[in-house]
Design a protein around this ligand. Structure first.
Ligand code: MIG
Length: 632
């Protein structure tokens, strides 16, 4: 059951698809005072949720802020990431879900200042609160999905292995990736094209020197079963004569500054304007720009920098420069030195810049600050709605960096700029469960880690987790150690795991489709199905569908890990479709050896999964299907 409570005059975010009559009674469960909601946490209560966020599956013991942020240095103490998913489930004596539909900032203190108190501060007066009560956590999630709509369904090839790197500079680089996969017998379904393919980082352009004939490249790749997936950034370069810029200016499709002029910020292309994705016309216009690429044979995209990320604005840069000028005239003492570094660091991703521009929401000027969390959502909506028209018969793959609840209807998301850290592998595991709660089924993190240098064992361990997630993409940042798996001495182990992805694909894709159809989750915390204390507090094992439990290794040099089995399960060790062993283990604790050259997972009591013999890509999957698990 869902109850809706309306405060003030909420902005229509587009998160919700079902209209519900608001209650007039006092809000249930939570105490409201001004715009702060509080809840007394019981000793054993778990607080699930917040989608894309740092920390564990249980969000207790820290504070968070849902305000989309490009934070490529995020770690344990970060409080904001790329998306905002204001959905929590309190599970304990009472069990209920809360969804706050508000496009500005919301701060959460979940037992941080006082371990027995949860406090939610909405930074505004106008919002909807939905309280969901159902018989268990999984049903609460389903009810949220019925409220916010069906999850986007990615094409099957989006489940293939993807190789990506920021720094593939030319057609030759792309062809080399394809060839190396072929030569080394490593399956591959797609290659991402990062910003380097564009001419001067201009959206919807292709650098003619580096990529003289994108159409032939795409068709050569297609012949090998490989899809190209170019990136599109939010900011449109200011350059006279550049069509996208000219049209945007002419039609008032860009966000405006305080004086009604097109707002300028600097991102990769240099000075840019931001399309006003809150305007329907601007969405239709921007969406139509994907068409030539689709006509050239492209059928997948990733939308980046759409928080939107801002490297600097002229105004802030000038004021910082002036102050630095003043400081540099003196002989800088230690205090001035710290002021100086602080000033420099304040230039990028400064949320103060969000007060400087405005959207035209159906004729009303709205400060970006108040609707900030809707930007990436609407960029992806623009693309997704356009794809329905441009390519009604063929599903286009789309995933975004920034998001808000409701965007799950239009596309998937990747988990942003992580690092090649073991802690980020664990975070990836935990975040996958939380994202599923918020409706984001098509998701995955940069396998191997984006920033920092990866290691061979981190890569194979990460693959051992990503092998289960919808997006399985090896992506890394320019300047870091190259991490295409064929560059590693442990290529054979990596190849084995990637091949197993294709073996598992019938099961994975079916499970995903079923979750999308039934408004369900693909990945769940153990506590959703098992209610014993150990299960409820397990942070590093997940349930996949109704059949599988996974327990990935995320510690360097580990030979295995402690695994908790809430009930009898079958331990499966797989090296390939033809080489695997199974062993039935009764409920309890085990140290399970997990070598890097096999995939280790568990099949739940009485269940089985349908797999195949694999293939070099999703189009050429073997039709020899067989079952693993409890077979009668
Ligand atoms: O400021 O396009 O998250 O995946 O490789 C960095 C370059 C911009 C951020 C994305 C990342 C991508 C990178 N982009």
């Amino acid at each position: 059951m869902i109850r809706k409570y309306v405060f003030g005059k909420p902005f229509v975010t587009g998160a919700v698809v079902k209209s519900i009559k608001p209650e007039i009674e006092e809000i249930e469960f939570l105490k409201k005072s001004g715009n702060e909601l509080s809840f007394q946490l019981g000793r054993d209560d778990i607080v699930y949720g917040l989608g894309q966020m740092t920390r564990g599956i249980n969000k207790r013991g820290w504070h968070y802020s849902c305000y989309n942020l490009d934070n490529c240095n995020h770690q344990e103490d970060s409080v904001s990431l790329y998306g905002s998913h204001n959905f929590l489930i309190v599970s304990g004596k009472s069990c209920f879900g809360i969804f706050i539909d508000f496009p500005g900032r919301i701060d959460y203190d979940i037992g941080y200042k006082d371990s027995s108190q949860m406090k939610i501060a909405v930074c505004g007066d106008d919002y909807d609160i939905y309280i969901i009560t159902e018989k268990n956590e999984r049903e609460i999630v389903k009810e949220l999905r019925r409220l916010t709509g069906k999850s986007y369904v990615a094409p099957k090839w989006g489940f293939g292995y993807c190789q990506s790197r920021w720094g593939y500079k030319s057609e030759e680089d792309i062809r080399a990736v394809a060839e190396n996969h072929q030569k080394n017998d490593i399956p591959l379904d797609s290659i991402c094209m990062d910003i380097d393919y564009m001419e001067d980082y201009k959206d919807f352009t292709v650098d003619k020197n580096a990529f003289p004939d994108l159409k032939s490249l795409a068709s050569d790749m297609a012949a090998e079963g490989i899809h190209l997936v170019p990136i599109i950034d939010a900011g449109v370069k200011i350059e006279s004569g550049y069509e996208v810029y000219e049209e945007g200016v002419k039609n008032n499709y860009f966000c405006k500054d305080k004086n009604g002029k097109d707002f300028t910020a600097a991102v990769w292309p240099g000075k840019v304007h931001f399309p006003d994705f809150l305007q329907k016309e601007a969405r239709e216009w921007f969406g139509s720009k994907y068409k030539p690429l689709i006509e050239a044979g492209i059928d997948g995209f990733w939308n980046d920098m759409n928080e939107p990320a801002i490297f600097y604005t002229e105004k802030r840069l000038n004021s910082v420069m002036n102050r630095i000028g003043e400081l540099s005239e003196k002989n800088m003492g230690i205090n001035e030195y710290f002021e100086f570094t602080g000033l420099v660091n304040s230039i990028s991703h400064n949320s103060g810049d969000y007060e400087e521009f405005f959207h035209n929401a159906e004729g009303v000027a709205v400060s970006h600050k108040d609707v900030h969390n809707l930007y990436g959502f609407n960029m992806t909506r623009a693309a997704s709605e356009a794809f329905e028209k441009i390519s009604p018969d063929k599903k286009i793959l789309i995933y975004s960096r920034s998001s808000y609840i409701g965007m799950h209807r239009y596309g998937g998301m990747w988990q942003g700029d992580n690092r090649s850290w073991w802690s980020h592998l664990l975070m990836n595991i935990q975040m996958t469960a939380s994202l599923n709660m918020a409706g984001f089924l098509y998701t995955g993190a940069d396998t191997g880690g984006f920033g920092s240098d990866t290691t061979e064992d981190l890569m194979v361990r990460w693959l051992q987790f990503s092998v289960f997630t919808p997006l399985m993409r090896n992506h890394s940042a320019i300047g870091t150690r190259e991490q295409e798996v064929y560059k590693f001495s442990n290529m054979e182990d990596c190849r084995r795991i990637i091949k197993l992805r294709y073996v598992l694909l019938p099961y994975l894709y079916d499970t995903y489709l079923k979750a999308a159809e039934e408004d369900d989750m693909m990945f769940r915390p153990l506590g959703f199905d098992y209610h014993d204390e150990r299960s409820r507090h397990t942070e590093d094992q997940l349930l996949l569908g109704d059949e599988v439990m996974i327990a990935p290794v995320y510690v360097q040099n580990a030979v295995g890990k402690n695994v908790y089995l809430p009930e009898e399960m079958m331990l499966v060790r797989m090296k390939s479709a033809n080489e695997y062993t199974t062993e039935i283990l009764s409920a309890g604790d085990y140290f399970v050896k997990m070598p890097t050259d096999e995939l280790t997972f568990f099949i739940r009591k009485g269940k089985s999964i349908r797999v195949c013999e694999g293939g070099k890509n999703t189009a050429e999957l073997s039709d020899k299907l067989f079952r693993i698990g409890y077979l009668k």
